[in-house]
Write a protein that binds this ligand. Structure first.
Ligand code: BGC
Length: 413
């Protein structure tokens, strides 16, 4: 009996250790309902392949907190297998030699041919694939409560003036016009769209991508700050510090008219059982039609011990697989990171997202999002956050904010 028992214990322990060999530890900030649902698609696919998933979630939209935790992990010599990461952060880690080389897999699977150039810029460093792109999000969207719009007879606004008229109507009807969470990255997400709408694509590029001091300090930028201040008058009293998904919930529940947010917001509407065109609508931030400010979640693969590499490659392969790209992005609100995935399974917002992306890319109107790390490195992004948040909260007036922006961006480079 004793022998029999020991045998069982031994074989359980053995199974445990065999399974542990095929394991990935993944650091990410996908903690909202919609985000978690999307991540489950990846977890499920890997588990089917016998790879166990060790979850390392670090809450905080935009990923700032996750990046802080990551630095601590790498400093202590114990990086996770893979880390959700945005744009220039990937380049930074690659520069430090911390990332793995995925070239064998990328060559075998033909990634060069199917991943758009704009994404490859970040997935590759020095000719090496270092990250597997999961999706393409974009920040210049409006998520609207359709019932409120219908009841108040509001058409989808296509210009700044129409937007203001719509917000006035919603406010006059006793609703919160703009659902917003006062966190720097959320303020900056709106700023992406407002700068694009105010100055157009050439201005956006000059100011936020090329960091041209003249554009940063221009009257157009001052107008953008004035518009931010104007939008501030449409949020509710409790906006400060609110998480983005709780702001989405205000629109979902009919307490607020619109949210200006990246298309991860759609994941929340879907999770709540809502349908585009029935319960909510999605349209481009007024004045930004035809342009896309994008960010792409990629899983940066860290240099890990040989015993962990097979599982890491399986994870990267699972991410790039076309069926996964469709299934995941349908739930997440984003669109595929490869150009050969059909839009068949996507809803109307997803189809529009894919079409907008292809068109913007073809016409040279696709730009990296400043708010989400695709326009400039982290130090500059942080400097922009600081000025934008101070301006949004009325701590500096638009003229002073414009001046501060020039100085802060210069100091951060
Ligand atoms: C990421 C999204 C995420 C959002 C909110 C963005 O930076 O790209 O995947 O859903 O932050 O957490």
């Amino acid at each position: 009996m004793y022998k029999l028992l020991m045998g069982t214990v031994f074989s359980v322990a053995l199974t445990g250790s065999v399974m542990a060999a095929e394991q990935v530890e993944v650091l990410h900030w996908w903690t909202s309902g919609g985000e978690a649902a999307a991540l489950n698609v990846l977890k499920g696919n890997l588990e089917k392949e016998g790879v166990a998933w060790q979850d390392m979630p670090v809450a905080g939209g935009g990923g700032e907190q996750a990046m802080t935790v990551l630095r601590a992990r790498v400093t202590s010599g114990n990086p996770p297998t893979a880390v959700q990461m945005l744009g220039f952060d990937i380049t930074d880690w690659a520069e430090q030699g911390a990332l793995a080389d995925l070239n064998d897999l990328a060559a075998k699977e033909g990634w060069d041919k199917v991943v758009p150039e704009a994404l490859q810029k970040f997935s590759k460093y020095d000719g090496k694939w270092v990250a597997a792109p999961v999706n393409v999000h974009s920040t210049n969207w409006v998520w609207a409560n359709k019932k409120i719009f219908d009841e108040l007879g509001i058409a989808e606004p296509t210009s700044w003036d129409e937007l203001i008229a719509a917000l006035d109507k919603i406010k006059a009807a006793g609703k919160v016009a703009v659902a917003h969470g006062g966190q720097p990255w959320q303020d900056a997400t709106i700023f992406d769209a407002v700068v694009m709408s105010t100055g157009g694509p050439d201005f956006y590029k000059k100011a936020l991508v090329d960091l041209d001091p003249e554009a940063l300090g221009s009257d157009t930028m001052k107008t953008a700050f004035e518009r931010m201040a104007q939008l501030r008058t449409y949020v509710d009293d409790n906006f400060s510090g609110r998480d983005w998904n709780l702001a989405s919930a205000m629109v979902i529940e009919g307490k607020a008219g619109v949210q200006f947010m990246g298309d991860w917001a759609k994941g929340e509407f879907l999770k709540a059982g809502q349908k585009p065109g029935v319960d909510f609508s999605c349209f481009r931030f007024p004045g930004t039609q035809g342009t896309v400010t994008f960010n792409s979640d990629q899983f940066a693969m860290f240099s890990v011990g040989e015993d962990k590499q097979a599982a890491q490659v399986k994870l990267a392969a699972a991410i790039a697989e076309p069926g996964f790209q469709s299934a995941f992005n349908v739930v997440k609100g984003s669109v595929p990171a490869r150009t050969d995935v059909p839009d068949t399974d996507f809803d109307d917002c997803g189809k529009k997202g894919m079409k907008d992306l292809a068109e913007a890319s073809a016409s040279g109107k696709l730009f990296g999002s400043m708010a989400h790390g695709h326009a400039a490195p982290a130090a500059v992004k942080q400097a922009v956050y600081d000025v934008v948040t101070a301006a949004f909260n009325g701590q500096v007036d638009p003229a002073a904010a414009t001046k501060q922006l020039v100085e802060a961006v210069a100091a951060a480079q």
